[in-house]
Design a protein around this ligand. Structure first.
Ligand code: HEC
Ligand code: HEC
Length: 217
């Protein structure tokens, strides 16, 4: 276990305790049904108070995911620029155990439905700013691989959509980790389609495609 993350965890948990004590009763009684994610997000996007509320709730997340949703640590994803419905879906998965992270799952469970929606809208409105790869040869190889294998689902600019992750501007280390997890199907996060895709990539494809994706904006 990594020491820095342990310190983070202690900090994050104490912050959770403070907000839980200070906050009035949470509305988190029953989870939002998946069929309502999009409507809830649209409603929140139309409300001018959402951005500030999302930013306030996101203070628990910024140590790992960055002030503006661009992570400053390896293996931790940028949230900036993801589709808000995709973000809400993933937040719900951490909340109910379909995805697990030893540091994050507990934090997410303590959040109200409203906080979850507001944070998804807030992070989606940011632009990722992680520096991309500078290896021209690798990037070109990755561009070709992306165009033959990934573009159909992730889109021409890898911007994703409500069901498919944005990959553009994501950290190389996180993309690599996610692809390895899908391929090995050992992580709690599974997706049958991405497992098939990842198993078709050879060892040289992963560094190439992740380098290319890190350069997209
Ligand atoms: C201690 C560090 C840490 C904190 C604090 C943290 N996260 Fe995370 N988060 C991670 C890691 C690591 C992953 C990747 C886990 C994996 O590989 O499945 C992740 C993944 C995610 C994802 C999935 C992104 C994707 O591309 O699929 C979302 C959404 C997310 N976090 C939201 C949040 C929110 C909202 C908060 C604040 C309530 C938060 N996180 C706090 C470390 C953290
Ligand atoms: C048939 C559709 C499809 C194709 C083709 C596809 N993907 Fe995906 N990808 C998805 C879906 C859907 C998800 C979200 C799955 C989930 O929720 O875990 C995803 C998720 C991912 C993630 C996780 C991102 C994150 O933020 O956690 C990575 C990395 C990824 N894809 C890379 C690729 C690469 C690289 C290729 C091409 C080699 C590719 N995908 C091709 C559908 C596809």
């Amino acid at each position: 276990m990594n020491k820095q993350r342990n310190i983070t965890l202690a900090l994050a948990l104490s912050l959770t305790a403070v907000t839980t004590l200070a906050a009035p009763v949470k509305e988190n009684t029953s989870p939002i049904p998946a069929s309502e994610y999009e409507a809830r997000i649209q409603q929140a996007m139309a409300d001018p108070k959402t951005h500030a509320a999302g930013k306030r709730a996101a203070f628990l997340c910024v140590y790992c995911h960055g002030e503006d949703g661009s992570s400053v640590q390896e293996n931790i994803p940028n949230l900036a620029g993801q589709n808000p419905v995709y973000l809400l879906t993933q937040i719900q998965k951490f909340g109910d155990g379909r995805r697990k992270d030893e540091f994050m799952s507990g934090l997410i469970k303590a959040l109200s439905n409203e906080d979850r929606v507001n944070m998804a809208v807030y992070f989606a409105s940011m632009r990722p700013n992680t520096p991309g790869s500078k290896d021209a040869g690798l990037i070109e190889r990755g561009r070709k691989r992306f165009q033959t294998t990934c573009i159909g689902c992730h889109g021409p600019k890898a911007a994703g959509n409500k069901a498919v992750a944005r990959l553009a501007g994501q950290r190389v280390s996180y993309l690599t980790l996610a692809l390895n997890n899908y391929r090995d199907a050992r992580s709690p996060r599974t997706d049958p389609v991405m497992t098939l895709v990842a198993r078709k990539l050879d060892a040289a494809d992963i560094p190439a495609v992740t380098a290319y994706l890190s350069t997209l904006r």
